[in-house]
Structure formats: structure tokens, C-alpha cells
Design a protein around this ligand. Sequence first.
Ligand code: MG
Ligand code: ZN
Length: 216
Amino acid sequence: MLQIIEVRKNVLAKNDELAAANRALFAREGLTAVNFVSSPGAGKTTLLVKTLTDLADRYRCAVVEGDQRTANDAERIAATGAPVVQINTLSACHLDASMVARGLTALDLAGLDYLFIENVGNLVCPAGYDLGEKMKVVVMSTTEGEDKPVKYPKMFRVSAALLLTKTDLLPHLDFDADKAVDCALQVNPALAVFRVSAKTGEGFDAWYDWLAAQRG
Ligand code: MG
Ligand code: ZN
């Protein structure tokens, strides 16, 4: 048992080393890296497609997409015109720093303002893997349980912002958005919270203002 614990420690120590190298590279290139995390189906790709489209004339952005299989999400991102690389993690349920480093070799980082990393849909272990990003942004949708933040607190604790997506569905749901936000703030009072709908555009201006303030 002790040996298993030791192996796990070494894996995370190695990941931290590689994440530090990614972070140094991002600093040299003067770009801001944001790691988007959520459970599957929360709307990360839709959020990124809208963000990339709306910010296209303001910033140069590229995307690293993580999924176990397929390039479906990368194809949606590519349709916006943003450079994108798809990483298929196969058996792994999260991105790690070495996977991101390999993905970066396929992108031209020069002149980029933002690198958006869409992690594998999973609210558990992506919380424990530093990819070298400046911050994690957790995405949660109105079709989930309001108590997700207290059930999976680590992800909400390590994130700088919460995007509550699909607010256009609220009239059709029993979901209590205030309760969900309360749960999230209970876990992490410093979270910046944005209630957004990619369908109606609600909340996106505030999200873009916050994103702009994170640069550098
Ligand atoms: Mg996706
Ligand atoms: Zn995992």
C-alpha cells in the first residue's frame, strides 16, 4: 500500500514540474491560459464557441481540447476559425501537464492573447492536475443538481470563476439558481460567478469583462 501511495505522489510531483514548464512558456509568450472544467454536458464547448466568436476581433485565441475519444469538439472549435488541437486521453479521465505540453507543439503560440484548455468532462480528478494555467474556470449547467458544488467541493475550491450555463432553460426547470450559487460560494467565497446563456447572450458581457481583467 505504501508503495502505491509513493507512486501516486511521484506522478503528481512530475506533473507539477511539467506544469511549471508550461506556465513558464505561457509567461514567455505573454498569453493567458484558462483551464475549463466541468462534468460532461455542462456546455464547455458551446461556451467556448460563443466566446471565441464574440472575441475574434479583440483577441487572438487558441484552444487545446481534451476528450477521451473523437475530435467532435475540436471540429466545432475549428469552425470558429481559432487554431485548435485535440488531445484524446483514451483511458485517462483528465488532461495532465505532459499531454498539454505535447498539444502545444502543434500550435503557434506567438502573438496569442489567450489559450483556452477544455478539459475532459469530469468534476473530480481534473481538480488535482495543474496544467500550467493561470486559472481554472468551472462550468455548471442549470440541468445539474444545485448541490454539485458541495458534493464536489475541490473543483469549486480550486477555480477562480463559476459559469452557470443554460439559464434560458430556467423557466422550464425546478432548478434554483440562487441555491446553486449559494452552494458554490459556501465552498469558495472568492468565486466570480456569471449566469450565462449562449442562446440569449445573457451574462456574456460580464464574463468578457472579467476575462479581460485576467490578462497578463
Ligand atoms: Mg466539450
Ligand atoms: Zn482522471
